[in-house]
Every structure is written in structure tokens, then in C-alpha cells.
Design a protein around this ligand. Structure first.
Ligand SMILES: Nc1nc2c(ncn2[C@@H]2O[C@H](COP(=O)(O)OP(=O)(O)OP(=O)(O)O)[C@@H](O)[C@H]2O)c(=O)[nH]1
Ligand SMILES: [Mg+2]
Ligand SMILES: [Zn+2]
Length: 442
């Protein structure tokens, strides 16, 4: 067995809560003694934060009562930062979209599928960096995929702008609400072809589940900096929901039973729709990215790549599929490049030409039905990819008792939900996910 060398401390750490960048020696420690309560930023019930002067033999700080402490906190917002962030780079990705575009469903299905796909096909382990911080997402995953065998509908609640999704901090006497980050540690297994360079291949994926309302024009406030992660993002996933576009609803009429595709469906039937058109939300997002990154208004330099994730594909993908693709039914876009006989696993490469071909088809469809959206998207970045996904694989049913939309867990079969993240990791990092560049004609 090779001897593991301990990972090196990073010279700079980015706080996943407030995005403050600091050196590890500025980190605060969180006291353990039950008598040391009260913090200037987090209130009187929070454990005290402190800069240590005494350590135990394991190099853990000792608090004023002599308790050994293990948890660290950000020097700016005082919120807890998992220790893994002091050793592993953070890979931020922003998920943006109108209210009811399908962000929370997408996030839950994506993380559930990544837990399976990454180890099975790409020889990567994925784990919750902090189970406490990922708690809400885990709850969604369990509800959607674990509570099978029950004959009742389940639904993910609407994300509130202000509530359990935020951490509140007092800065200069003002209450500031930051969004709850979700963190996933990605580490290559010993079967990964570049395992010998594993130190450079570890990443912590950082995602947020904002309410759609926080992306509306005028909603980016200093007291509610809920979407400032945009400026840290290595890629932006903009979720476009065709069921919210009357032009898509028109061409899908009679072709799907999804209540969201019906013009007649009212809010009382459980269907939510944004009051603001989706390309206006995209324009607002572009403005925020440019403002926070200091990019000139018409420049594409330094803009992050944009993945337009077209949600609820189960309701509209018939517009895209030719008979060949129809047969493939969104086959996973990766192919084995090596196999391991003893475990029956394989190591796969991402089929980039297949993804790009699907992207071109989606772009053509959007150009036909929503051309202004394509125009706006391609103003931000030269690098725009269109990826269809379905977080559920099926249309929601209306619960006769409550009138709300829901799904039977047994009937949920997502497809392509992990593709936007795999594609981004493959393109933006070196060696994490191999790419199949040239299309092999079949
Ligand atoms: N047909 C279909 N419907 C979906 C899918 N994913 C989500 N929905 C429906 O879309 C609605 C909104 O989904 P959410 O994930 O809550 O939307 P959101 O973007 O998180 O909305 P906010 O929290 O308000 O910002 C839900 O009522 C779901 O029934 C999908 O893959 N297919
Ligand atoms: Mg939501
Ligand atoms: Zn912070």
C-alpha cells in the first residue's frame, strides 16, 4: 500500500458563506466549552469564536476553559467552515433560473445521480463535505428516491428567499442573510488513471439553491447578498423552463399530459409560473456577473462559461428527438475506455461530441421558439452549451386532496441531470473526467 502524505494547507481559503478570501492563520476557532457562549456576529446562543494561543498535542486549539476544539470559522462572517476547505480547492457553480424553473428538483436529482455515476463510471468518490451543511439536500434526495413503495405523492417545497435556506449574520449592526452552501468532496479512487497525481485532482464542489425571486431585477441587495456567488463561479448553469414559455406550450399542445404545459392551468391547479420573462432574468444575471467581475458591458472576456440547462425535458423533448435519438432515449453520454474485470466496473470518458450535438439541436429549437433568449445568452459568453435535462423523467400529477403537484417516488427516473456538472468539470479541470473528443461513427 502506498503511504499517504497528508494534504498540504492552502495558502488562501475562500469562505463558502460570504466569499471572503483569507489566509489559514486568520481562521477563527469555535469554542467547545458549554460556558463559552455568545458571538458578536452570530448572537448570544452561538459558541464563542476565538483566535487561539494554546494547542493540544493533536494541534487542536484549546478554548479559554481548556476544551479541545476542532471546528474552524471564517474571520469575516464567523460561520463554520469545514476543515477540508483548508486543504482542497473550491469549485463554485451557480444554478440560476426563474421561480419554478425546476432548480430544487434539478439539484436533488443531480446530487443523487452524481453519487452513483461518479464512482461507477469515472472512478471518483463523492461525499458530503459537511453532512450538516448538506442536510436540506439530503432530505430532498431521500424524499424523492428513498421513500419508494408508498402510494402517495411527494413534492419539494418552493424555496423561500428568506428562511431556512439562509444563515444570518450581524455585521456593523445590520443583519445580513447569506445562502446556505452545499459542499461535495470529490476524490479520485485508486482505479482512476491519474491516481498518482491525486493531490491535484481533488476538488470541493460548492452549489447553492436560491429562490428564483432572488434573481429578479433589483433583488441583489447588500443586506441580502444571496447571489454574489455568481462572481466566484467557474460555470453558470442557467435553468430555462420551456413550460413557462407560451410559444413552447403552443407547439406542445396535445402532445404531453403535463399540467404545466397547459395554457388553461391556473395557479390553483398547483402550477407556478414566473411573472418575469426568462430572458430578462438572464439579462439581470449577466449584469450582476459583469458588475461583480468588473467586466465591461459588451465584453465577453473573462466571462464564465454558460450552460443553458433546459429543464423538464420529459414534457418537450419530443420536439428534439428524431427516430434514432428517440430510440436512444437520452442514453448516458459517456463510453467505457477501460474495464476492471474483478469488479465489473469500467472507467469512462465523457462523450463530448454527443453532448455538443444535442446542444446544437437544442440551440436550433430555441432559436426557432425563443430567439431572444439565445441572443441574450450568447452576449455573455462565447462558451454557451445547451443541455436538456429531466429531474423526474415524468410529468407531475395533481394531488386531488390538496390540488398541489407531486410525484410518486417509484415513478421518478431522472435523465441527463448529471451531464451539466460532468461536462463543466471535464472542460474546466485537467484530468478529472476524461473527454472523448472525436466522434466514432457507429
Ligand atoms: N415535468 C417536469 N416537471 C418538473 C421537473 N422538475 C420540476 N418540475 C416541476 O416544476 C415545479 C417547480 O420546481 P422547483 O424545483 O420547485 O422550482 P424552483 O426553480 O426551485 O423554484 P423556486 O424555489 O420558486 O425558485 C415543481 O412543481 C415540479 O412539479 C421535471 O423534470 N419535469
Ligand atoms: Mg427551489
Ligand atoms: Zn465568511
Amino acid at each position: 500500500m502506498p503511504v499517504e502524505t497528508p494534504p498540504r494547507l492552502r495558502s488562501q481559503v475562500t469562505c463558502p458563506h460570504c466569499w471572503h478570501v483569507f489566509s489559514p492563520d486568520q481562521a477563527l476557532w469555535i469554542s467547545e466549552s458549554p460556558d463559552l457562549l455568545g458571538d458578536s456576529r452570530l448572537g448570544e446562543m452561538a459558541q464563542q469564536r476565538f483566535l487561539p494561543s494554546r494547542f493540544d498535542l493533536q494541534a487542536n486549539a484549546l478554548d479559554a476553559e481548556g476544551f479541545s476544539c476542532t471546528k474552524l470559522a471564517c474571520p469575516h462572517c464567523h460561520l463554520m467552515i469545514p476543515r477540508a476547505l483548508f486543504e482542497t480547492p473550491l469549485f463554485f457553480m451557480s444554478i440560476v433560473g426563474a421561480p419554478a424553473a425546476g432548480k430544487s428538483y434539478f439539484l436533488a436529482s443531480m446530487s443523487w445521480r452524481l453519487r452513483k455515476t461518479l464512482p461507477r463510471y469515472f472512478q471518483y468518490n463523492i461525499s458530503d463535505t459537511s453532512p450538516e451543511m448538506n442536510h436540506r439536500l439530503q432530505r430532498y434526495e431521500s424524499q424523492q428516491f428513498f421513500e419508494t413503495g408508498r402510494n402517495r405523492l411527494v413534492a419539494i417545497e418552493k424555496t423561500e428567499v428568506y428562511g431556512e435556506n439562509n444563515n444570518t449574520v450581524i455585521l456593523n449592526g445590520q443583519e445580513i442573510a447569506y445562502p446556505q452552501p452545499f459542499l461535495f468532496s470529490l476524490t479520485p479512487t485508486h482505479k482512476h488513471p491519474r491516481y498518482s497525481r491525486r493531490e491535484t485532482l481533488r476538488q470541493i464542489l460548492c452549489l447553492y439553491d436560491n429562490a428564483g425571486e432572488s434573481y429578479l431585477p433589483g433583488e441583489d441587495k447588500a443586506m441580502l447578498p444571496l447571489t454574489r456567488h455568481l462572481s466566484r463561479s467557474r460555470a453558470i448553469l442557467f435553468l430555462y423552463d420551456p413550460t413557462q414559455d407560451p410559444r413552447f406550450r403552443k407547439v406542445c399542445r396535445g402532445k404531453t399530459r403535463d399540467p404545466q404545459m397547459s395554457d388553461e392551468t391556473q395557479e390553483s391547479a398547483g402550477v407556478r409560473r414566473s411573472q418575469t420573462r426568462q430572458e430578462l432574468i438572464l439579462s439581470e444575471m449577466i449584469l450582476r456577473v459583469r458588475t461583480h467581475l468588473g467586466i465591461e458591458s459588451d465584453s465577453q472576456e473573462n466571462a464564465p462559461p454558460l450552460v443553458v440547462v433546459i429543464t423538464k425535458a420529459d414534457a418537450w423533448a419530443h420536439l428534439l428527438l428524431d427516430s434514432k435519438l428517440e430510440k436512444m432515449k437520452f442514453a448516458p453520454p459517456w463510453r467505457p475506455v477501460a474495464s476492471f474485470v474483478e469488479t465489473n466496473d469500467s472507467h469512462c470518458a465523457l462523450d463530448v461530441p454527443a453532448i455538443e450535438k444535442t446542444s446544437s439541436r437544442c440551440r436550433r429549437l430555441l432559436l426557432k421558439l425563443a430567439p431572444e433568449f439565445v441572443g441574450t445568452a450568447e452576449q455573455l459568453s462565447r462558451d454557451v452549451t445547451y443541455v436538456p435535462v429531466s429531474a423526474t423523467g415524468i410529468a407531475p400529477s395533481i394531488d386531488p386532496a390538496t390540488g398541489a403537484l407531486g410525484f410518486k417516488p417509484d415513478s421518478i427516473h431522472p435523465y441527463w441531470v448529471e451531464v451539466p456538472v460532468l461536462y463543466t468539470l471535464a472542460k474546466q479541470t485537467t484530468g478529472m473526467i476524461p473527454l472523448l473528443q472525436k466522434r466514432e461513427e457507429s
